[in-house]
Design a protein around this ligand. Structure first.
Ligand code: SRM
Ligand code: SF4
Length: 558
């Protein structure tokens, strides 16, 4: 074990993720000790604090204002109306009155006090979801294109996402014992896939339904791109080694787009996925957690080595990857036909935060709509929500109901907001070095003014912001990434593609928040003046690069 990170010992000595969580839960304290804070993540919760209050509490000699984030895992983003209503109710009863739709089609609750942790987690399970493995060194929520198209192949993809999620879920009885019925479950614990030390680091899988890359398949540890033949899913091109997290000034950490590895038929995909997870389990870096994601294994050992490892575990050769054709990212917003009798409606949630805010009463409106129309719900990878299975005769009534709560249902009216995402950052995220969710709304509205003034209102540009370089809103993909460097300072990255197959690149380091608008306006002007016909923002900068002199010369003043 020499040299291994402290988390490795914590996992190994935890008795399959138990640690002293149960004992600590019984104590009348506000927080857990460090070892259990790490283990708690596997159970779906992060110990946090309200960072806005940190300095004042310290000045008063008070301990940190501890509370907890709880994340629910929602494979493929699919949940029923009753489940949604239960989550909404838990958000009022135990959390801060908001629900947070995540970039991986899950939900988060913020501000839960220690004394309410058990009731909240039990409530989530009673509502037929789980928080187990929503976080921790295991496979996380499996993403899948959520659009419920009138299409057998698409439905099959949701089933496969669910199957992989269940297959890779931890088998320990600890979760059940601690959070659900308190009884020691009979029989020994075993983790046939993970083993007692679980994985070296978090692990992510996403299934895309080409030509739509709405789940950002190149950012996943394992990306599966479905191949459809004769209306059926024939199998998947398997991509490996995607991942976005990096650390400023640590060059052996970097975002990476996944590499095609092989093709797996529908029958063999689960076995192939399991074997890939085991390659990472046995070879991933267990010494340096910042360098422990599978992307580093793929990059440093090479895809040929990786394929050899996979084949030796499977005991057979795998087929070559098939080419994939993408035509963009469909956010599935607005009305769509689902079956001849039903439709679905994609509704925009600004930065994933489901809350009531002045005249925009999104949370109340969604609750009322779900109570009345009982839709099946699908969460998207862009932090949005789809209400599906709406009878065609009910569409007008649903629209009217939502309008009454100030909820926009026409995505064309959203402008730049539509393709913008921000991570939570301050005040909940312990890793945030800058604001994100709280500042993007005003930045986007300023950019919208510029877009309108420049006559670019009919163009779509994606803007993704995070409060640190970990990349939770996937800022290294897309047209413009704004990544927190320190309080009030951001790196700006430009030049990804609309299909999210290519990483963007660093344009400017440490830009003051107050200067972001002018910088982006200038980029928009340059693009407008010099682009080729139909050339998208990211493609233009990818082509011309960042030669400042030629831009200044080419840039019109307007
Ligand atoms: Fe993330 C850590 C929020 C998607 C990369 N992420 C965190 C934590 C838990 C902070 C912490 O460790 O203390 C954040 C909680 C903040 C809060 O207050 O709620 C957090 N991540 C989120 C969410 C909620 C952002 C959002 O706007 O929705 C997303 C939850 C998804 C889910 O339902 O499971 C979320 N995180 C992502 C993504 C995007 C994705 O997976 O598609 C990434 C980039 C892809 C990747 O993993 O490479 C991402 N989060 C990270 C990392 C960097 C990992 C790395 O390889 O270095 C961290 C930090 C870490 O793991 O040490 C992190
Ligand atoms: Fe926190 Fe950084 Fe993730 Fe934002 S990107 S939620 S600041 S870890």
């Amino acid at each position: 074990m020499s040299g291994e990170s402290k988390n490795e010992a914590i996992k190994l000595e935890s008795d399959y993720l138990r640690g002293s969580i149960a004992a600590e839960l019984a104590e009348p304290t506000t927080h857990f000790e460090e070892r259990d804070v790490q283990l708690l993540k596997f159970h779906g919760s992060y110990q946090q604090e309200n960072r806005d209050e940190r300095a004042a509490r310290k000045a008063q000699g008070l301990e940190k204002g501890h509370d907890f984030m709880i994340r629910a895992r929602v494979p493929g983003g699919a949940l029923g109306a009753q489940t949604y209503l239960a989550l909404d109710e838990l958000a009022s009863r135990y959390a801060n009155g908001t629900l947070r739709a995540t970039t991986r089609q899950g939900f988060q609750f913020h501000g839960v006090l220690k004394g309410n942790l058990k009731a909240t987690i039990r409530g989530i399970n009673d509502a037929l979801l789980s928080t187990l493995a929503a976080c921790g060194d295991v496979n996380r929520n499996v993403m899948a294109c959520p659009a419920p198209l009138h299409d057998r192949a698409q439905a099959h993809i949701s089933e496969i996402a669910h199957d992989i999620a269940m297959h890779l879920a931890p088998q320990t009885h600890a979760y059940h014992e601690i959070w659900l019925d308190g009884e020691k479950v009979a029989g020994p614990d075993e983790e046939p896939i993970y083993g007692p030390a679980y994985l070296p680091r978090k692990f992510k899988i996403g299934i895309a339904f080409p030509p739509d890359n709405c789940i950002d398949v190149y950012t996943q540890d394992i990306g599966l791109a479905a191949a459809v033949e004769g209306g059926k899913v024939a199998g998947f091109t398997v991509l490996v080694g995607g991942g976005l997290g990096m650390t400023h000034n640590k060059p052996n950490t970097y975002p990476r787009a996944a590499t095609p590895l092989c093709f797996a038929s529908t029958d063999e995909v689960r076995e192939v996925v399991e074997a890939i997870v085991k390659v990472q389990r046995d070879n991933g870096d267990r010494v340096d957690r910042r360098h422990a994601r599978m992307k580093y294994l793929v990059e440093e050992r090479g895809i040929a080595w990786f394929r050899g490892e996979l084949e030796s575990r499977l005991g057979r050769a795998v087929a070559d990857p098939r080419p994939i054709a993408w035509d963009g990212v469909d956010d599935h917003l607005g009305w769509h036909e689902q079956t001849p009798q039903t439709s679905f409606l994609g509704i925009y949630i600004e930065n994933g935060r489901i809350k009531d805010d002045g005249i925009r009463r999104l949370r109340s409106g969604l609750r009322a709509a779900v109570e009345r129309f009982r839709p099946e719900i699908r969460m998207t990878g862009q932090q949005n929500i789809l209400l599906t299975g709406i009878r065609n005769e009910d569409c007008a009534a649903l629209e009217a109901l939502l309008a009454g709560y100030g909820i926009e249902t026409d995505p064309r009216k959203l402008g730049v907001l539509r393709d913008a995402m921000a991570c939570p950052a301050m005040p909940t995220c312990g890793l945030a070095v800058a604001e994100s969710e709280r500042v993007l709304p005003s930045i986007i509205r300023e950019i919208q003014q510029d877009v309108d003034e420049l006559g670019l209102g009919d163009k779509r540009i994606s803007i993704r912001m995070t409060g640190c370089p970990n990349g939770c809103a996937r800022p290294y993909m897309g047209d413009i990434g704004i990544v927190g460097r320190s309080a009030g300072l951001y790196d700006v990255l430009v030049g990804g593609d609309w299909e999210n197959t290519r990483l963007n690149t660093l344009y400017r380091k440490a830009v003051k928040v107050a200067d972001l608008r002018a910088m982006i306006r200038n980029l928009l002007q340059v693009w407008k003046a010099r682009r080729n016909d139909g050339e998208r923002f990211g493609d233009f900068f990818h082509r011309v690069g960042f030669d400042e002199e030629q831009w200044v010369a080419a840039s019109p003043s307007g």
